[in-house]
Design a protein around this ligand. Structure first.
Ligand SMILES: [Zn+2]
Length: 105
């Protein structure tokens, strides 16, 4: 399964996804590490609601998350998504391909 273009973390309910499933990072395409069994808030909104919003979930996360080039690509994808121009979207995707070719794996 490949995550959305800007998604580097996947947190389904515990045991919902087989542990053998390969989860590919949407940003860079690298297989995510996991699953790790977690308990707590899954995101910002859950953390605001306190312990009542906590749940058990499995977490897969891209090992490249936090690297400058990875953050750059995620930002560029968000930017491309908001653009109305197909030319700009194509230019951004070409730049992403160049970055992945230079820095990735
Ligand atoms: Zn990644």
């Amino acid at each position: 399964m490949k995550l959305d273009a800007t998604q580097f973390r996947y947190t389904p309910d515990a045991d919902k996804v087989p542990k053998t499933e390969v989860i590919l990072c949407g940003v860079c395409g690298t297989p995510c590490r996991g699953p790790l069994r977690m308990r707590g808030p899954r995101g910002y909104a859950d953390s605001l609601c306190g312990k009542s919003a906590w749940s058990d979930y499995d977490e897969w996360k891209c090992p490249n998350h936090g690297k400058a080039w990875h953050e750059r690509i995620a930002h560029m994808r968000k930017w491309a998504k908001s653009s109305q121009s197909e030319t700009i979207k194509n230019m951004i995707e070409l730049e992403i391909i160049r970055i992945l070719g230079v820095t990735h794996i």
